[in-house]
Design a protein around this ligand. Structure first.
Ligand code: DGJ
Length: 764
């Protein structure tokens, strides 16, 4: 049984194929955390609980001076009853006090996995895929019940956690902090890994040793953000792609979050994850409930690669939903970097016609098609076609695009409102704002107040009209600024600090409704690139525009960081012009194509400007991608060389000072490694694609052998490159143990793409 309960010891043991997680209800009613790691046959709690008195760690049970919550590993710690570490929840009572004590009351073990009300979450298709434990903890003074929700998957090494609060008392309570999970580790011998950066350089991998005190990441921006992803990991110092222990934590949420590790006075570590408590409060009236988002926990004792593959499998198959979950995604062309705001129908059709000839499958009309928008200063909210640019309307354009053999995609930014819009003129109170304070604009726009039901209804109805008028096959859902003056005209003062979370709930409700109304539209989420690349958005939209930096070299660390958690099929990656529009870099077309082929492939350039040779090459690239698409989009990912593969390497030059950077900063600072390499392998291990990119060439370089991973050691593989040149046939064991001599790549920014196919067995 994946979840067992031993009544004498009141011990719960949760098992996935290779992991165990154990907790125990103590005689005091507190719930202690016992263990999380490699799967065990049996748990002996007496060896795992470090009871014993410590100075300045008070004892809440008078007769037990060996017992303090300050030293006890716990499942859901509270504040004010002797634990001074970060609490999982903090509850304000009407009398102004906030010391809570949660004691065990009841439990349930269920087959399957219940959905979380109003929130995205991983799911099961059949009840026997997972088992769930619910533990009710009650605060005797207030009557507050906190239900801890744990699910283990039977075929994946995944544990999900969440918490549900219910006010069972007679007085209103105010949740000041309501995290999704807390877990205590018996040591601090870990590196903290985070995915951090900025707009256009998202999700750089940062790694640093834990130190006493609190370290972690947080978003206060109203979105999960470009700056920090809602993911952290603890990794043993020796962990690399294939070895070592890694504990991953990822929040299924798109708003403000907190992800932190606290190392205490005894060098134990507490990891906390959930909605950011900063500027958050939730009023819980008697009888009301509050559900936290879900945290997805993955343990690997085979390094980061195995952790990534577990996240990918789960997210590809049991987080993403809908008709496109298992369908190969189309090769798109997006007109943004081709035309920006400056287009008309003839120009768009010309771009589309050229793209169709090259093999592109879907044309996306980006920003600027509505209202009187000719730059970013107006019209968000006025979702009617701009007749100056498109006098025959959207329906006509989409028909013409379809007539070219392409599908039609449309950009929208529905969560925003331009002060220069008819919508704002008729509903000036529909944006987030605080009376008496100026409304801070970002990109000349304000944020619609999605905590309001009337605003949510308006978005659903307006977009239903737009998506039904034209023949829309794909939607790019953008969001281009973060929140300020976070207040809602509809909420009373005591609920103002609920606004940011209510906004996210409103957004999820809108997305649920629209994706259900339009099951045949492929939705892609975007927030100025990858500003909301999180599992919450992936639940509704199975792919995300990875970054507004489309430069292939800048994309190397961005894509490496993204794939640490999120699957390649979710990672939209496009070929753009050279010199690149964001960084001015000149790179070979082939390199741009190979880097984009690591994800969900497309183009972000004007195909009319390609030379005949470039057009020919592009035709070949698109044909190649269509052949390898199932391997990339539905295969298993094996990182070969990226910032994590060389822990402590300090980069290959570069770094903050222009010299080698401090160990652990490589991902954050851009491509400072000399080479990046990755591969994808089909689940049956019959086919694979490997790619290597050389950033800067060296004189007199070392020869380099690329050791592959994930192959079947017993199979022979034919290896050939993107030009169809055969490299010979090698054993899977040879390719993984000896590697391939990739020779010397002359020149900067060069790339090599290799394909592998298992030879039929000679006796077959
Ligand atoms: C930001 C997106 O990331 C870009 O791709 C583009 O759609 C612009 N917004 C349009 O305003």
């Amino acid at each position: 049984m994946p979840i067992t309960y031993e009544p004498e010891e009141r011990l719960f043991h949760l098992q996935s194929p290779h992991t165990s997680y154990a907790l125990q209800v103590l005689e005091t009613g507190h719930v202690a955390h016992l263990y999380w790691g490699p799967r065990l046959r049996r748990i002996h709690p007496e060896t795992l609980l470090p009871l014993g008195g410590r100075s300045f760690s008070p004892n809440p049970i008078p007769e037990r001076d060996d017992y303090s919550l300050d030293t006890l590993p716990q499942e859901y710690p509270t504040y004010g009853r002797s634990d001074y570490r970060a609490p999982a929840c903090h509850v304000l009572e009407p009398d102004g006090s906030s010391a809570t004590e949660l004691r065990f009351a009841a439990f349930r073990i269920l087959t399957g996995k219940p959905r979380l009300a109003g929130l995205p979450s991983t799911y099961v298709e059949q009840p026997d895929e997972a088992d769930t434990l619910e533990l009710d903890l009650v605060d005797p003074k207030t009557g507050l019940t906190v239900t801890l929700q744990y699910t283990v998957y039977r075929n994946l090494d995944v544990l999900t956690r969440a918490a549900r609060f219910r006010n069972g008392g007679t007085q209103p309570l105010s949740l000041q902090r309501a995290l999704s999970m807390s877990v205590d580790f018996p040591s601090a011998d870990f590196d903290l890994v985070q995915l951090s950066g900025a707009w256009a350089r998202e999700r750089g991998i940062l790694r640093r040793p834990l130190a006493p005190g609190i370290q972690g990441v947080e978003s206060r921006r109203g979105a999960s953000s470009h700056q920090h992803n809602p993911f952290i990991a603890l990794a043993s110092p020796d962990a690399d792609h294939t070895h070592g222990e890694v504990y991953g934590f990822n929040l299924v949420y798109s708003g403000n979050f907190l992800a932190q590790a606290e190392v205490d006075q005894f060098a134990t570590t507490r990891v906390s994850l959930g909605i950011a408590p900063f500027d958050f409060a939730w009023r819980l009236e008697p009888g009301e409930t509050f559900q936290t988002p879900e945290a997805v926990l993955v343990y690997s004792d085979q390094g980061f690669g195995a952790m990534s593959r577990t996240y990918h499998r789960l997210y590809r198959t049991r987080l993403c939903r809908g008709a496109f979950r298992d369908t190969p995604r189309p090769v798109v062309i997006n007109n943004w970097e081709a035309t920006y705001f400056d287009f008309d129908e003839a120009m768009l059709l010309d771009v589309a016609r050229h793209a169709a000839r090259l093999g592109v499958e879907l044309f996306v009309l980006d920003d600027g098609w509505f209202g009187h928008r000719s730059d970013d200063r107006s019209s968000l909210g006025d979702w009617t076609v701009n007749l100056q640019k498109l006098p025959s309307g959207l329906r006509h354009l989409s028909d013409e695009i379809h007539a070219l053999g392409l599908r039609f995609g449309l950009w929208v930014e529905p969560e925003m409102i331009s002060p220069d819009s008819d919508l704002y003129r008729s509903h000036p109170d529909w944006c987030l704002h605080i009376p008496g304070r100026p409304r801070t604009e970002g990109r000349h726009q304000l944020v619609l107040d999605l905590s309001r039901q009337d605003v949510c209804r308006w978005i659903v109805e307006t977009l239903t009209r737009v998506f039904s008028e034209a023949r829309v096959d794909y939607v790019k859902w953008d969001m281009n600024r973060h929140m300020t003056e976070v207040g809602s005209a509809q909420l009373p003062p005591e609920r103002q600090r609920e606004t940011a979370h209510r906004y996210i709930l409103g957004l999820y409700q809108v997305l649920e409704e629209l994706t259900s109304r339009f099951p045949n539209i492929l939705f892609e989420s975007c927030s100025g690139g990858g500003g909301r690349f999180d599992p919450g958005m992936l639940y509704y939209m199975p792919q995300t525009w990875t970054s507004d930096d489309s430069d292939a070299i800048a994309r190397l660390p961005i894509q490496a960081g993204t794939r640490l958690v999120y699957p390649a099929v979710a990672m939209a990656a496009h070929v753009s012009a050279s010199p690149n529009h964001q960084v001015g870099r000149v790179t070979p077309l082939e390199t741009r194509a190979f880097v984009a082929m690591a994800g969900n492939f497309g183009y972000e350039l004007d195909p009319r400007k390609l030379t005949p040779q470039e057009q020919e090459a592009t035709r070949r690239h698109i044909a190649l991608y269509k052949e390898i698409r199932p391997v990339v989009q539905f295969g298993e990912y094996y990182p070969l060389l990226d910032p994590l593969a060389q822990p402590g390497a300090g980069g290959g030059g570069g770094g903050r000072t222009g010299q080698a950077g401090p160990a652990g900063w490589e991902g954050f600072e851009g491509p400072t490694l000399p080479r990046y390499a990755w591969m994808y392998v089909t689940p049956d291990r019959r086919e694979a694609v490997a790619c290597l990119v050389q950033v800067l060439a060296q004189a007199n370089p070392l020869r380099y052998r690329l050791r592959l991973q994930g192959l079947d050691p017993g199979k022979d593989y034919h290896v050939w490159d993107a030009d169809g040149r055969s490299w010979g046939t090698f054993g899977g064991d040879e390719l993984m143990s000896c590697g391939l001599d990739v020779g010397l790549l002359a020149g900067d920014f060069r790339a090599l793409l290799l394909r592998l196919k298992a030879e039929p067995h000679p006796s077959a």
